[in-house]
Write a protein that binds this ligand. Structure first.
Ligand code: ZN
Length: 90
C-alpha cells in the first residue's frame, strides 16, 4: 500500500509546472471539452478577484483571489492544462 504524503512532495513538480507563460498553455475545459490556449479565455474582474471563463461555453475555468496572506487559485473548471517544454516548443 502506498504511503500517504503531504503537499510538500508537490513542491518540486509544481514549481516546474507553474514557471510558464500561462497564456500559451493549452487548457481543456471540464464543462465542454474544448481545448484552446489560455490567452483566449474570457476574464472578468470581480471585487473578490479574477474569474476566467471558457470562451466557448462561458463556464468558469479558474479563479484567482488575492488575500492578505497570499494568492488563492482555483482550477475547478480545467480538465487539463498542457504546457510544452521549451525544448519542443515551436
Ligand atoms: Zn467550455
Amino acid at each position: 500500500m502506498p504511503a500517504n504524503l503531504d503537499g510538500n512532495v508537490l513542491a518540486g513538480p509544481l514549481s516546474e509546472v507553474f514557471q510558464f507563460d500561462s497564456t500559451t498553455a493549452l487548457v481543456e475545459c471540464m464543462h465542454c471539452g474544448d481545448v484552446k490556449v489560455f490567452a483566449v479565455a474570457q476574464v472578468w474582474e470581480d471585487p473578490m478577484g479574477l474569474v476566467a471563463r471558457c470562451s466557448t461555453c462561458a463556464e468558469v475555468l479558474m479563479t484567482v483571489v488575492e488575500t492578505a496572506t497570499g494568492t488563492v487559485i482555483e482550477l475547478r473548471g480545467i480538465a487539463s492544462l498542457r504546457v510544452q517544454s521549451e525544448a519542443v516548443a515551436d
